[in-house]
Design a protein around this ligand. Sequence first.
Ligand SMILES: [Zn+2]
Length: 185
Amino acid sequence: MSVTDRLLENADAWADGFTAGELSVMPTLQLAVVACQDSRLDPQGLLGLGPGEAHYMRNAGGTVTDDMLRSLVISQRFLGTREIVLIHHTDCGMLRFKDDDLLDDLHAETGMRPTWAVETFDDLDDDLRQSMRRIQTSPFIPHKDNVRGFVYEVETGRLREVKLTEGSGSHREAGVNWRTGNASD
Ligand SMILES: [Zn+2]
């Protein structure tokens, strides 16, 4: 019996007690959560969210990729979401290897490199800021006033906010010419 087979029994029990058939397709809190796929990170439990309240977009790292942007565009344009919460976390698998480790292995085993980017990172806060920037600079996302990023500490269960205006890349906001790296004044 596979894990899936066992879980189907849970699904039967779920259906027996199901009462949420009237929920709208529009998330009632108008919220989209972008998070890592890590099994220790439970965005609904952490944020106290229930069914029908928010969208969840998850991938390895919780990085904002083109496909995350696709989901966010649909979430905002057709399903009414207005705020975005991004969640990375400590001890993330994406901190443990480099893009080329995986790409070289795949090439050696299959003779091909994938067309997608692996998007590993060395620094959680930096990658979170990059993800926030990818949202802020996307011409397709209409609502960007409430985009906030957090690191979830799997060791303590605590959430720590990371501001876009701190750390690497923030010189753009600090009046430095980002093309030359020289101060603009
Ligand atoms: Zn992770």
